[in-house]
Design a protein around this ligand. Structure first.
Ligand SMILES: Nc1ncnc2c1ncn2[C@@H]1O[C@H](COP(=O)(O)OP(=O)(O)OP(=O)(O)O)[C@@H](O)[C@H]1O
Length: 205
């Protein structure tokens, strides 16, 4: 399932952040988003995930083909690891959660309440959610924050398996994941800095 972006302008507080973006993400492909802090990677991912409208341009993707993992782990702290994954699997109409537990070594933690997990364990559970969406296009914002070296390797393996199964991934990250992936640097597409002065976007904080 291909995601095509044409002449896209994304904004915060109604003010352009990135402009004239065009690229395609095809099945089996991973694309790494790069750019300095504040350059607009999160804004782009949020727009593509449908959390905010673009200012202009076109996003073409099949309906319900995108799964988004943001900075936040999005966990329910009073539910166990298993219950969290079960919840998301049910939301996305998926069955087996065992592969997702195994992919991130969560089986020994399966009966722990998510609120009692360490930061890295929470992140592993947050990432495992992607596996129970059944969606082909993964969008991930700084997925490896709090992960140890082994967990980064697990994450890269999960993405590789997803690509091998015909999925695709758009990942904003500052670190090298060891994946075979193209890099898309957003820097040349940044809107003029002073145009952003004073913009606010409280509804999306
Ligand atoms: N809620 C908001 N309201 C107004 N401006 C915002 C809001 N959130 C972010 N911005 C601004 O939008 C611009 C793009 O931010 P964004 O979070 O997309 O950058 P980023 O490339 O993901 O940065 P980082 O690498 O630090 O995560 C920045 O100038 C930021 O200050």
């Amino acid at each position: 399932m291909t995601l095509t972006i044409r002449d896209l302008c994304v904004a915060r507080g109604g003010v352009p952040v990135l402009d004239r973006l065009s690229f395609a993400l095809v099945p089996g492909q991973a694309l790494i988003l790069r750019g300095p802090n504040g350059s607009g990677k999160t804004t782009l991912l949020r727009t593509l995930a449908g959390l905010q409208p673009p200012l202009s341009g076109h996003i073409e993707a099949a309906e319900e083909s995108i799964a988004y993992s943001s900075h936040s782990d999005g966990l329910k702290s009073m539910l166990t690891v298993t219950e969290n994954l079960r919840f998301w699997a049910d939301v996305f109409g998926q069955g087996d959660i065992e592969p997702a537990l195994a992919a991130f070594s969560l089986s020994p933690l399966r009966d722990r309440m998510a609120g009692t997990l360490s930061a890295g364990q929470k992140r592993r559970l947050g990432l495992a959610r992607m596996l129970v969406t059944g969606r082909p296009i993964w969008m991930m914002d700084e997925p490896t924050v709090s992960l140890d070296v082994d967990a980064v390797v697990q994450f890269a393996s999960a993405v590789s398996a997803h690509l091998g199964a015909g999925g695709s991934a758009l990942i904003a990250t500052h670190i090298d994941l060891g994946l075979e992936a193209e890099v898309f640097d957003v820097t040349p597409y940044r809107a003029a800095l002073d145009a952003r002065a004073g913009a606010s976007d409280e509804a999306f904080l």
